[in-house]
Design a binder for this molecule. Structure first.
Ligand code: BGC
Length: 348
């Protein structure tokens, strides 16, 4: 495992941003920038050993800054939607920006995906890792409490991309972190994800309305519709927000060690991705809105098609602050948040 660093550009504020390349002993590589903690590229082999970049993204820092649908981003302080863009905590009501219909999505207007993270390489028990950290001040995006947060990326020699988080706060705050990578195991580009087989180990989903607003309810998965407990060929069902942009409650709650959350196989290339997480849930999003309003130009100038990538955003129930029975996406001063997600690659 090695980590190389090069400049990725300068922000309008004058801040310099870097691009880090993590390489493992099998030649897999992951590129990460400290702007937004974004996974920019991930090269993994197909059945014949041929490497391809399996995540969607942009070519340059300027393109990321111009705006994108959270490609590869570290998403917080609250990934997902807070209903009605407001919440009440300890008797106080906090207004947030409604940046997605009536809701506050992915932490608001200046979320973690747009921050410049401090970067350092560390050696953790013989493994080189990239550790990114931020201080998210009290009141930013309307949330209470100063949050100290780290995300650590490693590309392990068993072909696992490990993403581990820690966080602490000085006031109780809603808190839900995820990585928002869009995967396409055929290789990111002009192909959609419809040939992929997706399996998610969850027997219930979060109930939402037509705006994707969380309702504080969970419903059992429905066979043939949003039941992915056995592998589902994506082209075999009609995909909409209720089965392809939805929070799944994993069969186990929050766990100490990462447990199996999902498996995705792309039969043509043979690429297989297993997802393990300590989080209690996962948002499966099949890129339903990609290139819908305007063409989304990605790496190499390719226009990504609608459903050009899928996300498996491991996380807790985003609006736990309003619906505490649904999850525990709240961070308290006496706690340390830790969370690990593994994306493991092989072929079949
Ligand atoms: C949301 C989608 C949204 C996407 C990009 C996902 O986490 O559930 O509705 O379009 O992020 O913002």
């Amino acid at each position: 495992m090695s980590i190389a660093t090069k400049p990725f550009g300068t922000l309008p504020t004058g801040e310099a941003v870097s691009l880090f390349t993590l390489t493992n002993k099998n030649g897999l590589s992951a590129k990460v920038t400290n702007y937004g903690g974004i996974l920019v590229a991930l090269h993994v082999p197909d059945r014949a050993g041929k490497l391809a970049d399996v995540v969607l993204g942009k070519d340059t820092l300027k393109d990321y800054v111009a705006g994108h649908p959270y490609f590869g981003a570290t998403t917080g302080r609250v990934a997902g939607r807070i209903s009605g863009a407001t919440f009440t905590l300890e008797g106080k009501t906090y207004p947030l920006a409604a940046n997605n219909g009536p809701n506050c999505l992915h932490g608001g207007l200046q979320g973690y995906d747009k921050l410049v993270w401090a970067a350092e390489t560390i050696n953790d028990h013989g493994v080189d890792k990239l550790r990114l950290s931020i201080t998210d001040p009290d009141g930013s995006n309307g949330f209470p409490g100063t949050v100290e947060c780290t995300v650590t990326y490693a590309l392990l020699d068993d072909n696992t991309l490990e993403i581990a988080y820690t966080a602490s706060t000085d006031k109780t705050t809603p808190f839900n972190l995820t990585n928002h990578s869009y995967f396409n195991l055929k290789g990111a580009g002009k192909h959609d994800v419809l040939g992929h087989e997706v399996q998610i180990f969850a027997d219930s989903v979060a109930t939402i309305d037509a705006d994707a607003t969380l309702q504080g309810r969970r419903d059992p998965v429905i066979a043939g519709f949003n039941d992915y407990r056995e592998p589902v060929l994506l082209s075999s069902r009609e995909l909409n927000i209720n089965n392809a942009d939805i929070h799944f409650f994993l069969d186990n709650d929050r766990t100490k060690l990462p447990k199996s959350a999902a498996v995705v196989h792309e039969p043509k290339s043979g690429r297989l991705m297993e997802v393990f997480t300590t989080e209690p849930g996962v948002q499966f999003y099949a890129g339903l809105f990609l290139s819908v309003d305007a063409p989304e130009v990605g790496k190499g100038g390719v226009v990504y098609p609608r459903m050009g990538g899928f996300c498996l955003e491991t996380q807790d129930y985003a609006d736990s602050v309003t619906f505490p029975d649904m999850g525990g996406a709240i961070l308290k001063p006496e706690e340390t948040f830790t969370s690990t997600t593994l994306y493991r690659f092989s072929t079949k």
